[in-house]
Write a protein that binds this ligand. Sequence first.
Ligand SMILES: [Zn+2]
Length: 300
Amino acid sequence: MNTARFTMSVDDGHPLDLQMADLLERHRIRATFYVPITNDEGLPVLAPAAMRELAQGFELGSHTRSHRFLTTLSAADAWRQISEGKQMLEDCLGSAVCGFCYPGGHYRRIHRLQVRSAGFAYARTTQNLRTDTGHHPFMMPTSAQFYPHTRTVFLRNFLSQCAWPSRAVALRVALAEPDWLRRLHRLLDLAIAQHGVFHLWCHSVDIERLQLWAALDGFLQRVARNFAPAERLCNADLLSPARQPAAVAGDAAANPAPARPEPSCRHLSTPSENSETSDRPAAHDPAATPDDQARHQPES
Ligand SMILES: [Zn+2]
Protein backbone atom coordinates (compact mmCIF):
# COMPACT_ATOMS: atom_id res chain seq x y z
CA MET A 1 0.00 0.00 0.00
CA ASN A 2 1.29 3.44 -0.84
CA THR A 3 1.42 5.56 2.30
CA ALA A 4 2.11 8.85 0.55
CA ARG A 5 0.20 11.73 2.11
CA PHE A 6 -1.13 14.96 0.64
CA THR A 7 -1.71 18.23 2.42
CA MET A 8 -2.60 21.67 1.18
CA SER A 9 -2.48 25.16 2.56
CA VAL A 10 -4.06 28.37 1.33
CA ASP A 11 -2.63 31.69 2.48
CA ASP A 12 -3.96 35.18 3.22
CA GLY A 13 -7.66 34.63 3.97
CA HIS A 14 -8.94 36.27 0.78
CA PRO A 15 -12.74 36.03 0.32
CA LEU A 16 -12.05 33.79 -2.70
CA ASP A 17 -11.02 31.15 -0.15
CA LEU A 18 -14.70 30.19 0.00
CA GLN A 19 -14.52 29.28 -3.70
CA MET A 20 -11.34 27.36 -2.95
CA ALA A 21 -13.14 25.51 -0.15
CA ASP A 22 -15.90 24.46 -2.56
CA LEU A 23 -13.30 23.07 -4.96
CA LEU A 24 -11.50 21.18 -2.21
CA GLU A 25 -14.73 19.75 -0.83
CA ARG A 26 -15.67 18.44 -4.27
CA HIS A 27 -12.46 16.41 -4.22
CA ARG A 28 -12.73 15.58 -0.50
CA ILE A 29 -9.37 17.21 0.08
CA ARG A 30 -8.55 18.64 3.48
CA ALA A 31 -6.50 21.80 3.85
CA THR A 32 -5.36 24.52 6.19
CA PHE A 33 -6.28 28.15 5.53
CA TYR A 34 -3.86 30.68 7.07
CA VAL A 35 -5.73 33.88 7.72
CA PRO A 36 -4.75 37.30 9.09
CA ILE A 37 -7.41 39.44 10.72
CA THR A 38 -6.72 42.29 8.28
CA ASN A 39 -4.23 42.67 5.45
CA ASP A 40 -1.97 45.72 5.42
CA GLU A 41 -1.16 44.99 1.78
CA GLY A 42 -4.66 46.21 0.97
CA LEU A 43 -6.23 42.91 -0.01
CA PRO A 44 -9.62 42.03 1.45
CA VAL A 45 -9.90 39.39 4.17
CA LEU A 46 -12.73 37.01 4.96
CA ALA A 47 -15.39 38.42 7.28
CA PRO A 48 -15.62 36.76 10.71
CA ALA A 49 -18.77 34.83 9.76
CA ALA A 50 -17.02 33.50 6.65
CA MET A 51 -14.03 32.43 8.76
CA ARG A 52 -16.36 30.50 11.04
CA GLU A 53 -18.02 28.89 8.03
CA LEU A 54 -14.64 27.88 6.63
CA ALA A 55 -13.61 26.42 9.98
CA GLN A 56 -16.53 24.00 9.83
CA GLY A 57 -14.72 21.96 7.20
CA PHE A 58 -11.07 22.97 7.34
CA GLU A 59 -8.29 23.84 9.72
CA LEU A 60 -7.73 27.57 10.16
CA GLY A 61 -4.27 28.80 11.12
CA SER A 62 -3.01 32.27 11.91
CA HIS A 63 -1.08 34.46 9.49
CA THR A 64 -0.37 37.30 11.97
CA ARG A 65 -2.83 40.03 12.87
CA SER A 66 -2.40 42.15 9.75
CA HIS A 67 -0.12 40.18 7.39
CA ARG A 68 3.11 41.92 8.35
CA PHE A 69 6.50 40.49 7.41
CA LEU A 70 8.01 39.76 10.82
CA THR A 71 11.58 40.53 9.79
CA THR A 72 10.59 44.15 9.13
CA LEU A 73 9.27 44.67 12.68
CA SER A 74 10.76 45.25 16.10
CA ALA A 75 10.65 42.27 18.42
CA ALA A 76 7.79 43.87 20.36
CA ASP A 77 5.76 44.56 17.23
CA ALA A 78 6.41 41.05 15.90
CA TRP A 79 5.17 39.62 19.19
CA ARG A 80 2.01 41.71 18.97
CA GLN A 81 1.39 40.54 15.39
CA ILE A 82 1.84 36.91 16.39
CA SER A 83 0.00 36.87 19.72
CA GLU A 84 -2.86 39.22 18.80
CA GLY A 85 -3.42 37.41 15.50
CA LYS A 86 -3.85 34.16 17.43
CA GLN A 87 -6.07 35.63 20.12
CA MET A 88 -8.35 37.47 17.71
CA LEU A 89 -8.74 34.44 15.46
CA GLU A 90 -9.53 32.22 18.44
CA ASP A 91 -12.07 34.78 19.68
CA CYS A 92 -13.64 34.77 16.24
CA LEU A 93 -13.76 30.99 15.93
CA GLY A 94 -14.39 30.12 19.57
CA SER A 95 -11.77 27.40 19.37
CA ALA A 96 -8.03 26.94 19.67
CA VAL A 97 -5.71 27.78 16.76
CA CYS A 98 -2.50 25.72 16.70
CA GLY A 99 -1.03 26.49 13.27
CA PHE A 100 0.88 29.57 12.14
CA CYS A 101 2.33 30.64 8.79
CA TYR A 102 5.08 33.27 8.45
CA PRO A 103 3.91 36.05 6.07
CA GLY A 104 6.14 36.08 3.03
CA GLY A 105 8.03 33.13 4.50
CA HIS A 106 10.24 35.62 6.35
CA TYR A 107 11.33 34.83 9.87
CA ARG A 108 14.30 34.56 12.18
CA ARG A 109 14.97 32.39 15.20
CA ILE A 110 13.39 34.94 17.53
CA HIS A 111 10.14 34.66 15.59
CA ARG A 112 10.13 30.89 15.89
CA LEU A 113 10.54 31.33 19.65
CA GLN A 114 7.77 33.91 19.76
CA VAL A 115 5.43 31.68 17.78
CA ARG A 116 6.07 28.83 20.21
CA SER A 117 5.65 31.13 23.23
CA ALA A 118 2.31 32.33 21.88
CA GLY A 119 1.05 28.76 22.14
CA PHE A 120 1.19 27.58 18.57
CA ALA A 121 2.15 23.95 17.94
CA TYR A 122 3.75 24.45 14.54
CA ALA A 123 4.55 26.99 11.83
CA ARG A 124 4.65 26.65 8.06
CA THR A 125 7.36 28.19 5.93
CA THR A 126 7.66 28.70 2.16
CA GLN A 127 10.60 26.34 1.75
CA ASN A 128 9.70 24.17 -1.24
CA LEU A 129 10.94 20.98 -2.91
CA ARG A 130 10.34 18.86 0.19
CA THR A 131 8.53 15.54 0.16
CA ASP A 132 8.72 15.03 3.92
CA THR A 133 7.36 16.82 6.98
CA GLY A 134 10.69 18.40 7.88
CA HIS A 135 12.61 18.13 11.13
CA HIS A 136 11.30 21.08 13.11
CA PRO A 137 7.67 21.87 14.02
CA PHE A 138 8.20 25.60 13.54
CA MET A 139 9.84 25.20 10.13
CA MET A 140 7.26 23.06 8.32
CA PRO A 141 8.32 22.92 4.67
CA THR A 142 6.23 22.62 1.53
CA SER A 143 6.61 20.87 -1.82
CA ALA A 144 5.48 23.56 -4.23
CA GLN A 145 3.25 26.56 -4.74
CA PHE A 146 0.47 26.30 -7.32
CA TYR A 147 1.82 29.17 -9.40
CA PRO A 148 3.46 29.34 -12.85
CA HIS A 149 6.94 29.86 -11.50
CA THR A 150 9.97 29.56 -13.72
CA ARG A 151 12.65 27.03 -12.94
CA THR A 152 14.80 29.94 -11.78
CA VAL A 153 12.45 30.53 -8.86
CA PHE A 154 12.83 26.90 -7.79
CA LEU A 155 16.59 27.15 -8.06
CA ARG A 156 16.66 30.39 -6.07
CA ASN A 157 14.44 28.96 -3.37
CA PHE A 158 16.68 25.91 -3.19
CA LEU A 159 19.86 27.93 -2.85
CA SER A 160 18.52 30.49 -0.38
CA GLN A 161 17.09 27.97 2.02
CA CYS A 162 18.63 24.96 3.73
CA ALA A 163 18.00 21.23 3.95
CA TRP A 164 19.66 20.73 0.58
CA PRO A 165 20.12 16.93 0.90
CA SER A 166 16.39 16.55 1.51
CA ARG A 167 15.59 18.63 -1.58
CA ALA A 168 18.16 17.65 -4.18
CA VAL A 169 16.14 14.93 -5.87
CA ALA A 170 13.07 17.16 -6.13
CA LEU A 171 15.22 19.97 -7.52
CA ARG A 172 16.47 17.70 -10.29
CA VAL A 173 12.89 16.73 -11.11
CA ALA A 174 11.83 20.39 -11.14
CA LEU A 175 14.68 21.55 -13.33
CA ALA A 176 14.13 18.74 -15.84
CA GLU A 177 10.60 19.88 -16.75
CA PRO A 178 10.20 23.24 -18.54
CA ASP A 179 6.41 23.43 -18.29
CA TRP A 180 5.33 24.69 -14.86
CA LEU A 181 2.16 22.60 -14.57
CA ARG A 182 3.77 19.38 -15.78
CA ARG A 183 6.59 20.16 -13.32
CA LEU A 184 4.11 20.13 -10.43
CA HIS A 185 2.69 16.83 -11.65
CA ARG A 186 6.21 15.36 -11.82
CA LEU A 187 6.86 16.52 -8.26
CA LEU A 188 3.59 14.91 -7.19
CA ASP A 189 4.74 11.69 -8.87
CA LEU A 190 7.98 11.89 -6.92
CA ALA A 191 6.21 12.19 -3.56
CA ILE A 192 4.02 9.22 -4.42
CA ALA A 193 7.01 7.13 -5.51
CA GLN A 194 8.83 8.01 -2.29
CA HIS A 195 5.77 7.26 -0.11
CA GLY A 196 6.36 10.78 1.10
CA VAL A 197 4.36 13.95 1.63
CA PHE A 198 3.23 16.39 -1.03
CA HIS A 199 2.44 19.81 0.45
CA LEU A 200 0.83 22.16 -2.06
CA TRP A 201 0.14 25.77 -1.18
CA CYS A 202 -1.36 28.72 -2.98
CA HIS A 203 -3.22 32.01 -2.79
CA SER A 204 -6.83 31.98 -3.98
CA VAL A 205 -6.39 35.46 -5.40
CA ASP A 206 -3.54 34.22 -7.63
CA ILE A 207 -5.69 31.36 -8.90
CA GLU A 208 -8.39 33.87 -9.85
CA ARG A 209 -6.05 36.50 -11.29
CA LEU A 210 -4.23 33.98 -13.48
CA GLN A 211 -7.36 31.96 -14.29
CA LEU A 212 -5.88 28.76 -12.91
CA TRP A 213 -9.07 27.24 -11.48
CA ALA A 214 -9.32 24.59 -14.22
CA ALA A 215 -5.65 23.69 -13.91
CA LEU A 216 -5.98 23.39 -10.14
CA ASP A 217 -9.14 21.33 -10.52
CA GLY A 218 -7.23 18.93 -12.80
CA PHE A 219 -4.35 18.70 -10.35
CA LEU A 220 -6.68 17.96 -7.44
CA GLN A 221 -8.49 15.32 -9.50
CA ARG A 222 -5.13 13.60 -9.84
CA VAL A 223 -4.54 13.92 -6.11
CA ALA A 224 -7.92 12.31 -5.41
CA ARG A 225 -7.07 9.41 -7.73
CA ASN A 226 -3.72 8.76 -6.08
CA PHE A 227 -4.32 9.45 -2.39
CA ALA A 228 -6.95 7.66 -0.33
CA PRO A 229 -9.25 10.02 1.57
CA ALA A 230 -7.48 9.15 4.81
CA GLU A 231 -4.18 10.37 3.33
CA ARG A 232 -5.51 13.85 2.43
CA LEU A 233 -4.61 15.85 5.50
CA CYS A 234 -4.70 19.32 6.93
CA ASN A 235 -1.30 20.68 7.99
CA ALA A 236 -1.81 19.93 11.70
CA ASP A 237 -2.47 16.29 10.91
CA LEU A 238 1.04 15.95 9.51
CA LEU A 239 2.44 16.43 12.99
CA SER A 240 -0.15 14.40 14.86
CA PRO A 241 1.40 11.24 16.35
CA ALA A 242 -1.56 9.27 15.04
CA ARG A 243 -0.72 10.40 11.52
CA GLN A 244 2.93 9.44 11.48
CA PRO A 245 3.83 6.91 8.78
CA ALA A 246 3.79 3.84 11.03
CA ALA A 247 0.20 4.49 12.01
CA VAL A 248 -1.00 5.75 8.68
CA ALA A 249 -1.03 2.40 6.95
CA GLY A 250 -3.38 0.89 9.49
CA ASP A 251 -5.56 3.96 9.81
CA ALA A 252 -6.00 4.27 6.10
CA ALA A 253 -8.00 1.12 5.69
CA ALA A 254 -9.95 1.43 8.92
CA ASN A 255 -10.79 5.13 9.01
CA PRO A 256 -11.59 6.83 5.74
CA ALA A 257 -11.64 10.58 6.30
CA PRO A 258 -15.05 12.09 7.00
CA ALA A 259 -16.28 14.75 4.62
CA ARG A 260 -16.12 17.36 7.40
CA PRO A 261 -13.37 16.18 9.72
CA GLU A 262 -12.79 17.43 13.20
CA PRO A 263 -9.98 19.95 13.72
CA SER A 264 -6.74 18.25 14.64
CA CYS A 265 -5.34 20.70 17.19
CA ARG A 266 -6.28 18.60 20.14
CA HIS A 267 -3.79 15.95 19.03
CA LEU A 268 -0.93 18.39 19.26
CA SER A 269 0.79 19.86 22.25
CA THR A 270 2.98 22.93 22.35
CA PRO A 271 6.54 21.68 21.87
CA SER A 272 8.96 22.05 24.74
CA GLU A 273 11.97 24.29 24.83
CA ASN A 274 14.11 21.33 23.88
CA SER A 275 12.36 21.07 20.55
CA GLU A 276 13.52 24.57 19.60
CA THR A 277 16.59 23.29 17.84
CA SER A 278 17.47 24.30 14.38
CA ASP A 279 19.03 22.99 11.26
CA ARG A 280 19.71 26.59 10.32
CA PRO A 281 22.14 29.12 11.72
CA ALA A 282 20.67 30.20 15.03
CA ALA A 283 21.24 33.93 15.02
CA HIS A 284 19.78 34.76 11.66
CA ASP A 285 18.06 32.62 9.12
CA PRO A 286 19.36 33.38 5.67
CA ALA A 287 17.02 35.71 3.91
CA ALA A 288 14.49 33.53 2.22
CA THR A 289 13.49 34.07 -1.35
CA PRO A 290 10.14 32.44 -0.83
CA ASP A 291 7.50 31.83 -3.39
CA ASP A 292 5.24 34.11 -1.39
CA GLN A 293 7.68 36.91 -2.08
CA ALA A 294 7.76 35.95 -5.73
CA ARG A 295 3.98 36.44 -5.77
CA HIS A 296 4.57 40.13 -5.42
CA GLN A 297 7.23 40.17 -8.08
CA PRO A 298 6.18 37.32 -10.38
CA GLU A 299 8.71 36.15 -12.86
CA SER A 300 7.53 35.80 -16.39
ZN1 LIG B 1 0.70 35.65 3.09
